[in-house]
Each structure stands twice: as C-alpha cells, then as structure tokens.
Design a protein. Structure first.
Length: 342
C-alpha cells in the first residue's frame, strides 16, 4: 500500500506516492484491494493530513460508510501527526481522532492508530550507526510517551497500534549492529503497545532492491525471535511488477514456517514506463485489470491474516467519474459474489 515502498532506496516514500498517484483501479479488480471477498478480513490505509483536521462527523461518516459498503472493516490510520523541524509538522491527536473513532465505532469498524511520525526518517536512517541509534531512541521516547498518555485503547473502535515506519533489509539488515538496533527499538515500542492495548502492533516492510531477498527474511527472523509484532508485507508490484513476489518468497516462507501472523498490502498502481524513479518525479497510473487479478490470485492463497488496500480514501471516495464508476463496479461485483455464496 502503499508504495511507500522500495522506492525508499531512491528517496520516495508512501507519503510521496500519495501526492503523485491517481485513482484506484476500475472494473472487476474491485474484488481485490483488501476488502472482504473471501474469509479474509480486509482493510485500507488512510494517510491524514492537515486538511483532515477540519472534517466534520458527517464527512467522516460518509467516507467510512463508503469503505464499509465496499466490504472493508479495518482502517489503518497512518499516523496521528507529523513531527520534525519543518513547518509542515502538525498534530491530530484530539478532535480529529475523536470524530474518526466515534464514527468508526458506529459502523463497527476497527481503527489501527499510527503513532506520531518523524518526517526525517528517510534521511536519518542513512546516517552512521551512532546517529541512527540516537534517532531511533528519540522516536521511541516520543511514541512511548504518546501511547501512555492517551485513552484511545479503551475506545470501542480501537483495533491496535500501528508503527508508521517502513522496514527494509538494506538499512536495517546489513549488519549485526543494525539488526540489534532495530530489534531493540521495536521491542520498546511493542512492549508498551501491548502494555497499553493488550495487542501486538503492526509495522510495514518491503523488499529493497539494494539488498537481497535472503537478507529480508533473515532480518525478520531475527526480529520476530525477539519482538512480538505483526509484519505487513508490501507486495511491491506497483514498481517491480509481479516478479517482486519472487523477491518476497524467502520472507513469505519463513513467516509461514513459523506460523507468524502477518498481513499482505496489495499495491494497486503501476509506475509509468519511462518515469524517473527519483523524489518528486515518480509518475504512476492505475494498474491494469489483468495485473490486479493476478495479484488477487496470489493474495487469496498467501496465508496472510488480512489483505490491506492502499488506499480507498481519497481515491475511491471522490465524486469524480472514475470514483463513481469504481464504486458501482465494486458493489456490483460484491452483489454477484453474495449471490454465488447463497
């Protein structure tokens, strides 16, 4: 979902992708994308920005109802605010969250709340081990303080904490020092997440083309031996195509072998041919139906606990011609499937 992704090695995060992408796929591919079409529970990410602060209860109700109508019963709120030194930092911990959580509860939807996100992540993790260790400790301190200071886990819509940092093997699996560093950091966050909510937190991971598939599996095996977490695997198909499932296979098999709880994030876009893979120049378009169907075929047999879309809002909820068509086709597909199950 993201595609927050593996582009990170070249400076592009999921945050960047949302700013440059278009609408989600049309047609019968709506049986994809992390909504409930089999026994699996589906969900979607939502990245809040400053503009979401002024959304009314009615606006949240409309957006969440639209997701619910498409079969989704889980929402991953990417973060509760942006922290850092720039003027872009903001905080949604109060009024916005109250509206969102209250409306989600009325609809029976669960919300996974993302911790505060530090905007320097992508540049900071490329620094020296000592600098990265200090940076991670600062993040941990802020995140722990937040989890212990709020009462959201007692809200009926609360479904768990989400750690809004994406892990890949190039920056965190390349040395024993980095492995120990990231595992220790995640354990701090996980311990407090479980302490405050009684549930393990979720965190996204992806395959970096600057590392190897085996490194990604080794990194996660090391982490999961020490930390209680639910990894969310980005399929990476939006940039690397269906072949990226091959890159993920060592990680996938390791998780299946140990019986780990994990989720699959299905990417619904494709990078345009000839588009520059650099920050600010990422150019994506809606993926073709053939590719999306291939992704869904993989997802159904992948063994993940959830298939999660990136992202129904704002792309599907918009009242554009594409958005209206998308909702109509998706609902039609759901009705047809319901008839078959009777």
């Amino acid at each position: 979902m993201s595609s927050k992704l593996h582009l990170v090695s070249n400076g592009l995060s999921r945050r960047d992708w949302l700013r440059f992408s278009g609408a989600v796929a049309l047609g019968s591919a709506m049986t994809l994308a992390g909504c409930k079409t089999t026994q699996m529970t589906g969900g979607s990410f939502l990245q809040p920005w400053q503009e979401h602060m002024d959304w009314t209860n009615a606006r949240w109700r409309s957006v969440l109802s639209g997701m619910k109508d498409l079969g989704c019963d889980s929402l991953f709120l990417q973060w509760v605010g942006i922290e850092g030194e720039s003027l872009d930092k903001w905080d949604a911990r109060g009024r916005m969250l109250q509206r969102l959580m209250d409306e989600a509860a009325k609809l029976g939807m669960g919300v996974h709340i993302g911790l505060p996100y530090n905007e320097s992540w992508w540049t900071a993790i490329g620094q020296s081990d000592a600098d990265v260790a200090n940076y991670l400790q600062n993040i941990a301190a802020n995140s722990i303080a937040y989890m212990r200071s709020v009462t959201w886990p007692r809200h009926p819509a609360f479904a768990g904490w989400y750690i809004p940092y994406e892990l890949e093997q190039y920056d965190f699996g390349r040395s024993q020092a980095r492995l120990e560093m990231v595992a220790g950091w995640l354990k701090q966050l996980s311990d407090v997440a479980i302490e405050t909510s009684g549930r393990e937190p979720s965190v996204s991971t992806y395959y970096s083309v600057m590392g190897t598939p085996e490194q990604l599996a080794t990194m996660w095996s090391y982490i999961l031996d020490r930390v209680v977490l639910r990894p969310m695997i980005q399929d990476g198909v939006g940039v690397n195509g269906m072949n990226n499932y091959t890159n993920l296979e060592p990680l996938h098999q390791m998780l299946l072998k140990r019986g780990a709880n994990f989720d699959l994030i299905v990417e619904l876009f494709e990078m345009k041919q000839g588009a520059a893979n650099v920050t600010g120049e990422f150019d994506a378009q809606t993926a073709g139906l053939e590719r999306l169907r291939a992704q869904w075929n993989v997802a159904q047999a992948y063994g993940s606990r959830r298939v999660v879309a990136f992202a129904l809002e704002p792309w599907v909820s918009q009242d554009t011609a594409e958005g209206v068509q998308l909702r109509n086709v998706w609902k039609s597909s759901m009705r047809a499937q319901q008839r078959q199950q009777r």
